[in-house]
Design a protein around this ligand. Structure first.
Ligand SMILES: Nc1ncnc2c1ncn2[C@@H]1O[C@H](COP(=O)(O)OP(=O)(O)OP(=O)(O)O)[C@@H](O)[C@H]1O
Ligand SMILES: [Mg+2]
Length: 363
């Protein structure tokens, strides 16, 4: 069993129901060397104000395309992108005035990159000042703002250093300070931690979470790692072949029978010991996590239950447990005990017997 891990962030969420990033029917088709590649195939994304929203998916699923379309670094083929109430797709390519509005809207979207994208010839402070220069801010004001941002990311003492003199984690802190220069409402992050070691990854995630809480910043982040989702995200989406296969708050996903994101967040393994056995995955939330449900089941039906695997964790301040148990007899023989478990308010999945509600690449 996994050791029960302490929660690493404040439980107080400032998420509101106001949508901050919305994409509707977002499609991106790349044309390269006579071939068409559909990277996004009708993506409807809803990110609420103040939340940290994680997008996960395999390589090539379309995650970077999605984030690049959200800030119009990439022109969507069709569909709309609305950020903070402004339809960015309507502004793209509609003359100089709309172009100015688009640039202004973009300055309210911060972007953090995997490989930091710092200018090696400029000091840390000058890197952070760069977007402020572009915004036309005076030298004195720029300097004040840059030092304030460096303080916010814990790098006050490195203002005069050059990127080559920094560790990976410090470089990413500079990248984050620079992304915050335009006082963005939204921060987009494409694999910001995948070039970093696990400990540095944790400190950068903690920083993103802190900024989210302290500044009310909405964060849309892409990651390969489920641990990232577990540690910092309020909501998550699973992308597959240009589509969103599953999405919701982490709590909703955990309560969705057959959710592959939930299983990936809390993997339990263990094989049935024979053909005439039924494997059942039980997910416990809140109070149910502390009730002796399995022993009650064994007593009530006088059956021997084996625990094949279990995992416990804390998500958004809530205790969640998953357990894989084995009941004697085939599925048909266990309909009543399985019903008993469901009546206890537990989420029950029977791998291989009851089809997942959320199907792969659902139409
Ligand atoms: N500029 C481009 N021109 C042509 N095809 C592209 C371009 N950018 C991405 N693609 C293709 O679009 C699909 C989605 O790519 P994307 O980079 O969005 O995936 P991803 O989920 O970010 O993958 P990874 O996890 O590897 O970063 C892939 O098939 C990719 O080859
Ligand atoms: Mg990518």
């Amino acid at each position: 069993m996994h050791p029960c891990r302490a929660d690493t962030h404040a439980p107080h969420s400032t998420v509101t129901e106001t949508p901050v990033i919305t994409t509707s029917g977002l499609t991106k088709v790349y044309r390269s060397r006579g071939r068409e590649i559909t990277a996004l195939d009708g993506v409807d994304l809803h990110v609420r104000e103040g939340e940290v929203y994680g997008v996960i998916g395999q390589s090539g699923a379309g995650k970077s395309s999605l984030i690049r379309c959200v800030n119009l670094l990439e022109r969507p083929t069709s569909g709309t992108v609305t950020v903070d109430g402004q339809d960015l797709t309507a502004l793209a390519g509609r003359g100089p005035r709309a172009g100015r509005e688009l640039r202004a809207a973009r300055s309210r979207i911060g972007m953090v990159f995997q490989h930091f994208n710092l200018l090696s010839s400029r000091t840390v402070q000058d890197n952070v000042e760069l977007p402020l220069e572009i915004l036309g801010m005076s030298g004195k004001e720029r300097s004040r703002k840059a030092l304030e941002l460096l303080d916010l990311v814990g790098l006050s003492d490195k203002a005069k250093a050059y990127p080559a003199q920094l560790s990976g984690g410090q470089k990413q802190r500079v990248g984050i300070a620079r992304a915050l220069a335009g006082d963005p409402k939204v921060l987009l992050s494409d694999e910001a931690t995948s070039a970093l070691d696990p400990q540095t990854t944790r400190s950068i995630l903690q920083l993103l979470r802190d900024l989210n809480r302290r500044l009310g910043l909405t964060v849309l982040l892409i990651t390969h790692e489920m641990d990232v989702v577990k540690t910092v995200c309020d909501s998550a989406a699973l992308m597959e072949r240009g589509r969103i296969a599953e999405s919701g708050t982490v709590a909703e996903l955990l309560a969705t029978p057959g959710s592959r994101l939930a299983s990936a967040l809390f993997p339990v393994s263990g094989e049935a010991s024979g053909e005439d056995r039924t494997v059942v995955d039980v997910t416990f939330h809140g109070d149910a996590a502390t009730r002796p449900v399995v022993s009650e089941l064994a007593r009530t039906y006088n059956i021997d239950i084996s625990i094949l695997g279990a995992a416990m964790d804390t998500v958004g301040g809530r205790q969640v447990g998953r357990m894989r148990i084995e009941l004697p007899g085939r599925y048909e023989d266990n309909v009543v005990p399985i019903g008993f478990l469901r009546e206890q308010g537990l989420q029950i999945d029977v791998p291989g017997q009851e089809p997942a509600l959320v199907k792969e690449g659902a139409e």
